[in-house]
Design a protein around this ligand. Structure first.
Ligand code: HEC
Length: 134
């Protein structure tokens, strides 16, 4: 690389590192999409676990480590992070799983899972927990 060019690029890169930590430099979008969801911050994963109990998902599902989630009306959510599909045909991942939890029938019109009145933010954390299950 010509010396002049490096002199131009390096300061920009160095300035970008602390900015990136503050979600600057446009890197935030990139990491959101490319990071495996199992790497969601532990606080969000734990919040998701508690929300799964609060919203009583366990009245239909068995979910590991979630108190009183032992029912078998819906499929067990054991090892959900290793599942390829949600409800048999939606590719499993953070975005679709979040949307599924908010409104299952908007993705699969004839599903028997009801909408549980979950906000997108709460659903995102529940998805983080479910995807962390191996
Ligand atoms: C009234 C029972 C009921 C409740 C309550 C319920 N579900 Fe479900 N859930 C189901 C049924 C039935 C299915 C299977 C749906 C299908 O395949 O169309 C399902 C499917 C799922 C799936 C996909 C499972 C798979 O094997 O692909 C996930 C994830 C899920 N539910 C999460 C949740 C979460 C999170 C909550 C709480 C916010 C919740 N469910 C509450 C009945 C329920």
């Amino acid at each position: 690389m010509p010396h002049g060019l490096r002199a131009l690029i390096e300061p920009a890169w160095i300035a970008c590192v602390p900015l990136a930590l503050l979600a600057g430099c446009g890197l935030d979008d990139f990491t959101e999409r490319s990071a495996p969801y199992a790497d969601a911050p532990p606080a969000r994963v734990e919040r998701g676990r508690q929300l799964l109990a609060q919203y009583q998902c366990g009245s239909c599902h068995a979910i590991p480590e979630v108190p009183i989630a032992r029912a078998d009306v819906g499929p067990p959510l054991t090892a959900f992070g290793r599942r390829s599909y949600i409800a048999g045909h939606l590719p499993n991942g953070p975005d679709l799983l979040t949307r599924w939890i908010v409104s299952p029938s908007s993705l699969v019109p004839d599903t028997t899972m009801p909408s549980m009145g979950v906000s997108a933010e709460d659903a995102r954390d529940m998805a983080a927990y479910l995807l962390s299950l191996e």
